[in-house]
Design a protein around this ligand. Structure first.
Ligand SMILES: O=C(O)c1ccccc1N[C@@H]1O[C@H](COP(=O)(O)O)[C@@H](O)[C@H]1O
Length: 226
């Protein structure tokens, strides 16, 4: 008899965010991450000038997603950044509504600070019905991400039946336990793999990926086919 489908993902997706150097992008791709993020939010120490974006894109390996991150940027800025970076996905981390997020014709993730709040998955899906996924961060609503604040597992909407990334204060030493505890669809990290804002640390990137893959192997059973 077939075993029921598991809600637990067999492989946790990994997004590394806040790249400013092509060499760091190249190494992240070699380490096997699913996505690399470039930040255009004004309130970020990792903000990239759109003129530097083509060099980051050129460093990307085939089959790795490229994410452009915004936080309440004017539409013209979003369009200019998209033209330079040519991302595969957008991430909006401010007060953007669904109509704004979808007007660029690319799939988007909505980033949300859930610190000190309770929200259910049905509400998120109703507010951003075209979101390809959500990034759930530990900082307070309205604040920029990349703050290093952990997300309380109790704040994760139990009914969210859509791709979502766990974010906020993850690093190579805590990500394995975080994955085992909440089994997110994916994880998203900026500060925990850096030497300084926007300057990635190769050893930390490698240890982060290894910790996620080790957690993926724990307690997982492959679904039986046929
Ligand atoms: O990283 C930033 O500077 C940033 C600024 C504004 C909005 C979002 C931002 N980053 C996002 O937050 C997560 C978690 O960051 P951290 O690991 O806690 O440092 C990061 O991956 C981005 O998606």
């Amino acid at each position: 008899m077939n075993e029921p489908a598991r809600a637990v993902p067999l492989r946790t997706r990994i997004k590394f965010c806040g790249f400013t150097r092509p060499g760091d992008v190249r190494l992240a791709c070699e380490l096997g991450v699913d996505a690399v993020g470039v930040i255009f939010a004004a309130r970020s120490g990792r903000r990239v000038d759109p003129a530097l974006a083509p060099a980051l894109r050129a460093a990307l390996a085939p089959m790795v997603a490229l994410v452009a991150l915004f936080m309440d940027n004017p539409e013209a800025e979003v369009r200019a950044a998209i033209a330079q970076l040519q991302p595969t996905l957008l991430q909006f981390h401010g007060s953007e509504d669904d109509a704004f997020c979808r007007r660029f014709g690319l799939p988007y993730f909505k980033g949300l600070g859930l610190g000190g709040t309770a929200v259910d998955g049905a509400t998120l899906r109703a507010r951003w019905p075209h979101a390809a996924g959500f990034v759930l961060d530990g900082h307070a609503p309205g604040q920029p991400g990349g703050s290093g604040q952990r997300l309380d597992a109790a704040a994760i909407p139990a009914d969210l039946d859509w791709p979502w990334l766990l974010a906020g204060g993850l690093d190579p030493d805590n990500v394995g336990d975080a994955v085992r505890a909440v089994r997110p669809w994916g994880v998203d990290v900026a500060g925990g793999i850096e030497l300084a804002p926007g300057i990635k640390d190769g050893a930390r990137m490698r240890r982060f990926v290894e910790a996620v893959r080790a957690a993926d192997c724990d307690g997982q059973t492959m679904p039986r086919i046929g």
